[in-house]
Design a protein around this ligand. Structure first.
Ligand code: BMA
Length: 864
C-alpha cells in the first residue's frame, strides 16, 4: 500500500533541485506531493485474476513481466499479441494518507498520462473520464480521501473498439496509410485517427502494431493550503547580448483574498519584487524584469548552453509561503522566411545569427513508452550532440516527449522542431474532437514553453502533401470522397492546423513560430500541399521511395530538407535479439516482419547493386547495408551543405528506433551507432570539405556553417591504393561564415594522368596549422569497380591512463573497416572508416576487455 506521510516542501530541500537560492526559509508547511507508484495491480476486465503491475507502465509490459506473454519483439510474437488491444483492462491500487494531508484544504490527483479511454474511480466513485493520451488529467479530490485505505481504480476501454465506435459516429472513413489494421485483425478499419493516441502504436513503416493501454506517466497526489504557484512562464520579449527583457508570468491559486509580495530571484539575488492583491482562485500575474549582459544560450557548436534557474516566491508578512523554480535559457530564436533572389528563405536565426540546422528526425524510443528512462533520453540527445547536430525534429506520429528529453536538448544545445501529433492522415472535425485537440495543445505547449531549445511548432507531418486540397495529386486520398466530403475533410484539416494550433501557440508562447505542415512550400492556399523547393521545407524521398540514384541529392533544390534518409539493418548483435540463425535470410518471415517499409529489403538490395558488389554471406550483407546507408547519408548532407545559404537545414530521417528493426535509423533500438551516425558526425562539423564529381570535373567545395571566418590550407593528394603519392596541390583558402564555395576544380584526366581509376584515389584535406579540419576520400569509380584486394591490417591494442585504444595500420587501402568484438559490448571512437596505407590510426575503444583480450577477440569487416 502507498503510504503518504507528510512529504513536505520546506525550505530548499526540494526546491534546491530547481535552483533555489534564497536565504529565507519557507516557514509554513504548505504543500505535500507524492507519486502513487506502488501497490498497483491489473486485471483483464471481468476476470477475477489480479496481477502485480508497474505504474507508469503499459498492459503489454505488465503481461510480459507476469510471464503471460512472450517478448513482443522476438521473431513473429507481435502477431500473437493482437488480442490485447481488443480487451478492456483495469488497474487499481490502495493507499493511505496521513492526518496532515487530510487537513489540507486542497487535494488534487493528477494523471500525467492515461492511455487512453479511461474511467477513473476513487473509493468507488467516478472522478473522471479521459479520452486523450497526450493530456494531463487533473482531478480535484478535496474531501474525498480517507485516512486508512483509499482505492484508486482506472478502467481502460479497448482503444480499438472505441476507435471503431468513433469512426462509425464520425461517418467518414479517413485515410491513415500507416495504420496496420490488417495485421491487427481489423481488416481495413484504420481507426487510429479517431483517437488521440500515439499514431505509431497502430504500426508504421518502421514500427510494429502494438496498441497499448495503461497509466503511462506518473500519478501524483498533492495537497496544499493557502497558496499554490501553478505555473511560471518566463517570457523573453527581447533578448540581445546587452539586455534580456523578460516577463515572469505566474499563475497563483489562492484560497483567500490576500496581499502578498511576489519576487523573482536567480543566483542568490532577488531580481524583482512586486506587491499583488490575490483574489480567491486563479491569479495571472505578469512581472517584467531584465538582466543586463545576459549569458546567452547557444546551440551545440556555436557556443555554450547557458541556463538560468529562476525562483518565483510568494511572500506574506515577510515569510515565503511558497516558491516554484523554473530553468530556462535566454536567447532569441526564430524561423526566418524572407523573400530573396531565389524565392523565400527558410532558416533559423539564433541570437541574430543564421544557423544551419544540422540534425535528424526522432520517433519515440520504444513502443512501450514507460521503458524510456531518463538515461535513455540522455543517451539519445548526447548521441545527437556527439554527431555535431544542433536540431532534432520530434515527428508528428509519435508523442510529445517527456520533460527529460527537452531538458537534455537545453543542456546539449539541440534545437527542437516540435510537431503536434498528427501524421500522414486526415483527422475528424467534430466539435468534441476539436476541443480535445485544443486542450491537448494547451497542455503540451504550456508544459514545454520554457525550454530554450524549442525552435518551432509544426502542425503535422505530411498531411497537407498527401491531401493536396483543390488540386489533383497528393497520395490519391481525395478519390474515395465526393466533392462535398472532400470539403468536410479539408475543413477539419483547416480548423486544426490553420486555426486551433496556431491560436494556441500564439496565445500561450512568446511569439514562437508555427508552421502548419511539414513539408510545405508555404501557408498560402496556392502553395497548399506543395513540397518546398524555392520556399518552405521539403521531404526529399527521391532517394529510397523514388529509387533515384544517390547523386540526385545534388540535383534537387531545397531551402530546408526536413526529411531524407536511407535504410539499413541493425547490426548483428541486435538482429540476434529478435531472430535466430534459421531466420538469417533477408527473405525469411522473421527478417521481413522486422522490416515495415512497403518496398522492403529489396530496395536496399537494388541500391547496393548500383554501388557495391553484393555479398552472398548474410552477415557481410548486413554490414554492407551500413556502408551503403553511410554513403547515402554523406551524399545527402554534403549536397545540402554545399547549397548553403540557399539551403539552411538538413534533417536526416531518422535518428532512433522504437524496436529492433531494419529502418532508416542511424542509431538502433539499443542506441548502437550505425555507420551513418559516424558519417553524420563527420559531415555535420562546422567546417567541411565536400568534393563532388560534376561529370569529369572534381569540384572541391568548402563549407563553413560556423560563426567566424576560417583560414585553412587545402591540400589535394592523388595516391594509389598502395600509398604511392602521384600528384599533390596545395592552396590557402578562406571560408566566410555560412557560405559554401568551390575552392578548387580539377579534371579527371589531370588527376589520374597514367594511373588506373580502379586503384587510385584523391585525398582532400582542409588544415589549420596542424589541426585537420576535415578530410575526404574521393574515388574515380563506384566501389563495385575498384581493385579492393584482401587487406593485411595490423591491429595493436594498448592502454593509456586507463583508456583502451587500438593502433591500426595497413600496407594497402581498406575501405569502410568495421571493428567489432563479437559478443562484447564496445564502442569504437571511429568506425566504418577507410584505412589508408602509410598511416597509423589510433581509435579509442570503450570496453571492459584488457588490451590482450581486445587483440585476441577483435574482428573486422571491410568492403570487398
Ligand atoms: C516520412 C515520415 C514517416 C516515414 C518515413 C519513411 O516521410 O514522415 O512517415 O516513416 O517517411 O517512409
Amino acid at each position: 500500500m502507498n503510504k503518504i506521510i507528510g512529504a513536505l516542501f520546506i525550505g530548499c530541500s526540494i526546491w534546491g533541485m530547481l535552483g533555489c537560492s534564497t536565504e529565507k526559509k519557507i516557514e509554513q508547511k504548505t504543500e505535500i506531493r507524492t507519486e502513487l507508484s506502488s501497490g498497483w495491480e491489473f486485471s483483464q476486465r471481468d476476470s477475477e485474476v489480479w496481477l502485480p503491475a508497474t505504474v507508469p507502465g503499459t498492459v503489454h509490459t505488465d503481461l510480459l513481466a507476469n510471464g503471460k506473454i512472450e517478448d513482443p519483439f522476438y521473431r513473429m510474437n507481435e502477431l500473437q499479441l493482437q488480442w490485447i488491444d481488443k480487451k478492456d483492462w483495469e488497474y487499481r491500487t490502495f493507499f493511505s494518507v496521513d492526518k496532515e494531508f487530510l487537513e489540507k484544504k486542497n487535494q488534487r490527483l493528477t494523471f500525467h498520462g492515461l492511455d487512453t479511454y479511461a474511467d477513473v474511480y476513487l473509493n468507488g466513485k467516478s472522478i473522471g473520464v479521459t479520452d486523450n493520451m497526450f493530456r494531463t488529467w487533473v482531478f480535484d479530490v478535496s474531501g474525498q480521501l480517507k485516512a486508512d485505505s483509499n482505492e484508486l481504480r482506472v478502467v481502460f476501454a479497448s482503444p480499438t473498439r472505441r476507435g471503431l465506435e468513433e469512426m462509425e459516429r464520425y461517418g467518414l472513413r479517413l485515410p491513415a496509410d500507416n495504420d496496420q489494421s490488417e495485421r491487427g485483425g481489423m481488416g481495413n478499419n484504420r481507426v487510429s485517427v479517431y483517437t488521440r493516441k500515439a499514431p505509431y502504436h497502430y504500426g508504421w513503416d518502421w514500427g510494429p502494431r502494438l496498441v497499448t493501454s495503461g497509466i503511462w506517466r506518473p500519478v501524483v497526489l498533492e495537497a496544499w493550503n493557502n497558496v499554490k504557484v501553478e505555473d511560471v512562464f518566463i517570457r523573453q520579449p527581447q533578448v540581445t547580448r546587452e539586455e534580456a527583457r523578460l516577463i515572469a508570468e505566474v499563475c497563483i491559486n489562492s484560497d483567500k483574498r490576500q496581499n502578498v509580495e511576489v519576487e523573482v530571484a536567480s543566483e542568490g539575488k532577488v531580481l524583482v519584487r512586486e506587491s499583488k492583491e490575490l483574489k480567491v482562485g486563479k491569479n495571472e500575474i505578469s512581472i517584467p524584469y531584465s538582466i543586463l549582459n545576459p549569458r546567452l544560450w547557444w546551440t551545440n557548436g556555436l557556443g555554450k548552453q547557458e541556463l538560468y534557474d529562476f525562483t518565483v516566491r510568494v511572500v506574506a508578512e515577510d515569510d515565503v509561503i511558497v516558491e516554484k523554480g523554473v530553468t530556462t535559457g535566454l536567447r532569441s530564436l526564430k524561423l526566418v522566411r524572407e523573400k530573396d533572389q531565389w524565392g523565400e528563405s527558410f532558416g533559423f536565426e539564433l541570437n541574430g545569427v543564421p544557423v544551419f540546422a544540422k540534425g535528424a528526425n526522432a520517433i519515440p524510443n520504444d513502443v512501450f513508452l514507460p521503458r524510456v528512462t531518463r538515461d535513455k533520453y540522455e543517451k539519445m540527445v548526447a548521441d545527437a550532440a556527439n554527431a555535431n547536430m544542433n536540431m532534432i525534429r520530434i515527428w508528428g506520429g509519435g508523442i510529445y516527449e517527456d520533460d527529460a528529453f527537452f531538458e537534455f536538448c537545453d543542456k546539449y544545445g539541440i534545437m527542437v522542431w516540435q510537431d503536434f501529433m498528427f501524421a500522414c492522415a486526415m483527422y475528424p472535425g467534430n466539435p468534441e474532437f476539436l476541443d480535445n485537440v485544443r486542450e491537448e495543445a494547451i497542455d503540451n505547449v504550456v508544459r514545454l514553453r520554457n525550454h530554450p531549445s524549442i525552435a518551432l511548432w509544426c502542425g503535422n507531418n505530411e498531411n497537407a502533401l498527401a491531401w493536396r486540397h483543390g488540386s489533383p495529386g497528393g497520395w490519391g486520398w481525395k478519390n474515395q470522397f465526393t466533392k462535398a466530403e472532400q470539403d468536410t475533410v479539408f475543413k477539419a484539416y483547416y480548423e486544426v492546423f490553420h486555426e486551433i494550433l496556431p491560436g494556441v501557440v500564439e496565445q500561450y508562447t512568446d511569439g514562437d513560430d508555427y508552421w502548419p505542415s511539414s513539408p510545405m512550400a508555404g501557408p498560402e492556399p496556392t502553395q497548399h500541399g506543395l513540397d518546398g523547393t524555392t520556399s518552405g521545407d521539403q521531404h526529399y524521398w527521391g532517394v529510397w521511395h523514388g529509387f533515384r540514384p544517390l547523386e540526385s541529392f545534388d540535383e534537387v533544390t531545397t531551402r530546408f530538407c526536413s526529411e531524407y534518409g536511407f535504410q539499413s539493418f541493425p547490426e548483428m548483435s541486435t538482429i540476434e535479439t529478435y531472430a535466430s540463425p534459421e531466420d538469417y535470410d533477408i527473405e525469411s518471415e522473421v527478417m521481413k516482419s522486422h522490416q515495415r517499409s512497403y518496398i522492403g529489403n529489396g530496395r536496399i538490395l537494388d541500391y547496393m547493386k548500383m554501388y557495391y558488389r553484393v555479398p552472398d554471406d548474410f552477415e557481410q550483407f548486413i554490414y554492407m547495408t551500413h556502408v551503403l546507408q553511410g554513403l547515402s547519408t554523406k551524399m545527402g548532407i554534403e549536397a545540402h551543405r554545399r547549397n548553403t545559404p540557399y539551403c539552411m537545414g538538413s534533417l536526416i530521417w531518422q535518428i532512433n528506433d522504437c524496436w529492433p528493426v531494419a529502418s532508416w535509423s542511424t542509431t538502433d533500438y539499443y542506441h548502437k551507432w550505425k555507420a551513418a551516425h559516424y558519417v553524420m558526425r563527420d559531415c555535420f562539423k562546422e567546417v567541411i570539405v565536400a568534393p563532388k564529381w560534376n561529370g569529369d570535373t572534381l569540384a572541391i567545395y568548402g563549407v563553413n556553417n560556423g560563426l567566424d571566418s576560417t583560414r585553412a590550407m587545402l591540400s589535394i593528394e592523388v595516391v594509389n591504393f598502395a600509398g604511392r603519392l602521384c600528384l599533390s596541390y596545395h592552396k590557402g583558402v578562406k571560408l566566410a561564415p555560412n557560405t559554401s564555395a568551390v575552392l578548387f576544380q580539377l579534371e579527371r584526366d589531370t588527376l589520374l594522368a597514367e594511373a588506373s581509376a580502379r586503384n587510385t584515389m584523391v585525398v582532400v584535406r582542409l588544415q589549420d596549422g596542424y589541426e585537420i579540419l576535415d578530410e575526404k576520400n574521393v574515388y574515380f569509380e563506384y566501389h563495385k569497380d575498384l581493385d579492393l584486394s584482401d587487406p593485411r591490417l595490423s591491429i595493436e591494442a594498448i592502454e593509456e591512463k586507463g583508456e583502451k585504444f587500438i593502433l591500426v595500420s595497413t600496407g594497402r587501402l581498406v575501405c569502410n573497416v568495421m571493428f567489432y568484438l563479437p559478443g562484447v559490448p564496445a564502442f569504437f571512437s571511429d568506425n566504418y572508416c577507410d584505412i589508408l596505407p602509410g598511416r597509423e590510426y589510433k581509435i579509442k575503444v570503450d570496453t571492459d576487455l584488457s588490451p590482450a583480450e581486445i587483440e585476441k577477440r577483435i574482428k573486422i569487416r571491410y568492403v570487398h
